[in-house]
Design a protein around this ligand. Structure first.
Ligand SMILES: Cc1cc2nc3c(=O)[nH]c(=O)nc-3n(C[C@H](O)[C@H](O)[C@H](O)COP(=O)(O)OP(=O)(O)OC[C@H]3O[C@@H](n4cnc5c(N)ncnc54)[C@H](O)[C@@H]3O)c2cc1C
Length: 557
């Protein structure tokens, strides 16, 4: 084994401590920071152009350089126990399982495999763990720039949180919410816009009734699947919903839940998502619903703790590029896989590829009989998440909860993530779908003006002077490609999906030979949620363990 902290070791340096956004933001959407004088400073360098060729050419420059955000010293970017500066190493390190990706799916798989005695190496493209969970700490408060909320039914995430000593904070909002459908804000006592109650009830019942006919494990088997898959949600609404309030609410729901335009989403995908996640009421509810709690110390703390508990440090800053059959082994060394990336060669019996569907297609599979990974190949989800930090939650003075639902962009949703009424005020905003694409194209000044003008219109002039305004564009993440989760093109489910069916030989499966695909997009339950990610990782580990103990390796180290 290569010595830890050898010549190639790059120590983690918290060079951007206190800075929210990372280097992989695109040109035109860097991190924004409001200075003491209230002026907004741009501090994130624009995205570098992609150089041609090179071992990691499939990732943009900043991703190869590594993205800061890792806080634990035991992660060793670009070095560590795996060794090697020798992609052709004749005698690379051998483990039982390599897990590609250190999001919650990969870490859940690694945690279970290690608990069962397997030697596991996690390899991560970025210089931090957590994937779509990223927490930043400002003014003593954790700000979740990615996945944040944990629902009452998200039992696997809750179990892991308890196991790793983490606490959850309820997100319940008190006070009136605002609804702005274009003619200025209206107060509402519920969390949903005060629409025509009959139209709303009818819409939600219809959606839930249709979703109840969609088996999450095989959406294509639903009686109406063929027609629903190619029909967009927008087309279905125009055809079926007569009340304008029902159409408007459906539009808002799709933008909120899927971060996509209803004209881009197939009806079957929406119904599957509802069936997978627990239905309209559960998915849109905070108290008692899918947004019941958030991690007190930030959602990334779960990934940080899971990674820190692994015997082998996560190998950071190393995008896996290829899976090769191992040619060097003899006897018991035969049948192994070589997992290769820049400066990385590791040999293993099994591989868990716990990366989102888009990036997964860029890992070259050179193993005989292993087909390209299944999964929605293209995604239409697009999200920018913002945090505005204020000296206090001043909106509560007016009896407001901090919640806003807007019919026009850029900010479609605002929620209150303040720790309490006596501390700092934290508003979280979401820009989704086509709004996110337009927002990302604006200059920094124009983005700031657009956000603060909107908030001032809802909460008054005090909204114009945040201590900090931070935004993160998930469209630009080369290791994710679309958020919150992959939204397949209309027609995908009945032609190529689902991405997990183990039974049907003519369909893609999540395990082919020694390769197991995981990630929230491989989970029939709670697809797109933290819970789906954990379940998929645990399922990959279960399949590996069910296959029996690893063969003894005379070359094992
Ligand atoms: C803005 C936003 C808000 C969200 N809000 C919520 C919420 O409130 N509640 C909720 O339940 N869910 C939410 N989600 C969704 C949730 O965050 C994801 O479902 C979940 O984190 C996905 O975990 P994963 O492990 O499947 O994938 P990821 O977290 O994407 O992890 C994949 C990892 O693989 C790495 N990787 C990619 N390619 C390679 C490679 N070639 N080699 C090595 N490593 C590679 C990536 O860098 C990444 O670390 C949100 C997501 C976003 C973006």
């Amino acid at each position: 084994m290569a010595p830890r902290g050898g010549a190639g070791r790059r120590r983690h340096r918290p060079r951007l401590r206190g800075v929210l956004l990372a280097h992989h933001e695109p040109a035109g959407l860097g991190g924004l920071r409001v200075g003491a004088a209230g002026r907004l400073r741009r501090w994130v360098p624009p995205r570098a152009a992609r150089p041609a060729g090179g071992p990691a050419a499939h990732l943009p420059g900043p991703a190869r350089r590594g993205v800061p955000g890792c806080r634990a010293d035991r992660y060793r970017p670009g070095a560590g126990p795996v060794t090697g500066d020798r992609p052709s190493a004749a005698d690379p390190v051998t483990v039982d399982v390599v897990v590609v990706g250190s999001g919650l799916a990969g870490l859940a798989a690694a945690t279970d495999l290690v608990a069962a005695g397997r030697r596991v190496q996690v390899v991560e493209a970025l210089d931090r763990v957590g994937g779509r969970t990223v927490s930043h700490h400002r003014y003593g408060q954790a700000l979740d720039a990615g996945g944040a909320y944990v629902g009452t039914r998200h039992t696997r995430v809750r179990d892991l949180a308890a196991r790793f000593g983490l606490t959850l904070t309820p997100t319940a909002a008190a006070g009136a919410t605002l609804v702005d459908l274009g003619a200025g804000p209206l107060r509402s006592d519920g969390t949903r816009p005060a629409f025509n109650a009959l139209a709303v009830g009818d819409l939600l019942d219809r959606l839930d009734d249709l979703a109840a006919t969609v088996p999450p494990a095989d959406p294509g088997a639903a009686p109406g699947a063929a027609g629903w898959d190619r029909l967009t949600v927008a087309a279905w609404a125009a055809r079926t919903l007569t009340h304008p309030d029902a159409r408007l609410l459906l539009d808002l729901l799709v933008r909120q839940m899927l971060a996509a335009d209803p004209a881009e989403v197939g009806l079957l995908h929406l119904l599957f998502y509802l069936a997978s996640g627990g239905g309209t009421h559960y998915l849109t509810a905070f108290a008692g619903g899918a947004q019941q709690d958030r991690f007190t110390g930030g959602a990334q703390s779960l990934a940080d703790r899971m990674a820190a508990a692994l015997p082998r440090p996560v190998r950071l800053g190393t995008p896996v590029t290829d899976l090769y059959p191992d040619q060097s082994g003899t006897g018991t060394g035969r049948g192994l896989v070589r997992v290769v990336g820049p400066g990385l060669v590791v040999r293993c019996a099994q591989v868990v590829v716990a990366v989102p569907p888009g990036p997964a297609t860029r890992i070259r599979l050179r193993l005989p009989g292993v087909s390209p990974p299944p999964g929605p190949p293209r995604t239409r989800g697009a999200a920018v998440k913002l945090h505005l930090v204020y000296e206090r939650p001043f909106w509560t003075d007016a009896g407001l909860s901090g919640w806003v639902t807007a019919g026009t962009g850029p900010l479609r949703y605002v929620v209150d993530d303040s720790a309490g009424r006596d501390g700092l005020g934290v508003l979280v905003g979401f820009v989704t779908g086509p709004d996110a694409r337009q927002y990302a194209a604006l200059s920094a000044a124009a983005r700031r003006a657009a956000v603060l003008d909107r908030l001032a219109g809802w909460f008054g002039p005090a909204a114009r002077t945040p201590l900090a305004l931070l935004d993160r564009d998930w469209q630009a993440e080369p290791t994710v490609e679309g958020c919150y989760a992959a939204v397949p093109e209309p027609g995908w489910w009945t032609t190529e999906g689902p991405p997990w069916s183990p039974a049907a030989p003519d369909r893609p499966v999540t395990t082919v030979g020694p390769v197991h695909w995981a990630g929230t997009e491989r989970s029939p339950l709670f697809y797109g949620h933290l819970e789906g990610a954990v379940r998929s990782g645990q399922e990959a580990a279960r399949r590996i363990l069910a296959a029996g103990p690893p063969a003894p390796r005379r070359d094992a180290r």
